[in-house]
Design a protein around this ligand. Structure first.
Ligand SMILES: [Zn+2]
Ligand SMILES: [Zn+2]
Length: 244
């Protein structure tokens, strides 16, 4: 785990305050499928009071042609009032936890997010199809891919766990499997991401993470300016919840 002290800090903050720390560790820019520039997203982050952000651009093994330019643009940003880290969001490729990540790209990153974006063998635009899988099968596949990835030392943050189950297959978060993932992340020293786009009950997920003592990452998954820090504006933080 790179930057372990940052995650300890933000997890402690969350424990004390029961809400996300002033960080957003998941955002995209016009380098890939985001609408806004690095400078634009950085400006917005400063405006809303974020202290540390991670530009977690989508990349593949083959993205070496542009990644260095992206990384230097992030590194050239001011250090105050907000610090910007270079990151990447890559997909989990297989049950053995291998990632679609070039070593040259990894070496330029402060942090690596790995997410389950598709099942092994799937190609093309798959988010609007079920690929022939039932919800139960999808849940199981996503779980196994994520468990494999948590064993991979290249991964720092498990991105939007069960995001496919929730958004592509319309399922609820499978809490008992989620607890197993959290336990695995705790054991391997990885951070579990709470993600604004995929997690409808972030407060409950935060509680599960805090109870288990796992490191936590907070991400909006912003693809445009007004989505920056979306997790912090989630109505869940204002509602008392009791899932006992
Ligand atoms: Zn993703
Ligand atoms: Zn993303």
């Amino acid at each position: 785990m790179r930057q372990a002290e940052i995650f300890s800090e933000i997890t402690d903050f969350a424990r004390q305050n029961q809400r996300p720390a002033n960080v957003d560790f998941h955002m995209h820019t016009s380098y890939t499928d985001g609408a806004d520039s690095i400078a634009g997203m950085y400006g917005k982050s400063c405006e809303v009071g974020l202290e540390t952000i991670l530009f977690s651009e989508h990349a593949r093994y083959t993205s070496t042609d542009w990644f260095e330019t992206f990384a230097s643009e992030v590194r050239a940003l001011p250090k105050e009032p907000c610090r910007a880290l270079v990151g990447v969001e890559v997909k989990v490729e297989n049950f053995d936890g291998s990632l679609d990540l070039h070593p040259e790209i990894m070496s330029q990153c402060d942090l690596v997010i790995a997410s389950v974006h598709r099942f092994p063998g799937e190609e093309g635009q798959i988010m609007k199809t079920n690929g022939g899988f039932s919800l139960a099968e999808a849940e199981d596949l996503e779980f196994k891919l994520a468990m494999g990835a948590l064993d991979n030392p290249e991964l720092d943050i498990l991105g939007h766990p069960f995001g496919m189950t929730v958004r592509r297959f319309g399922g609820g978060l499978p809490w008992s499997k989620m607890q197993l993932l959290i336990g695995k992340a705790k054991e391997t020293g990885k951070a579990i991401e709470i993600n604004a786009r995929y997690h409808d009950e972030p407060k409950r997920l935060l509680k599960e993470c805090l109870d288990a003592g796992v490191l936590i990452s907070f991400g909006s998954n912003a693809h445009k300016l007004d989505e920056v820090a979306a997790l912090h504006r989630h109505s869940d933080w204002n509602v008392a919840q009791d899932h006992a």
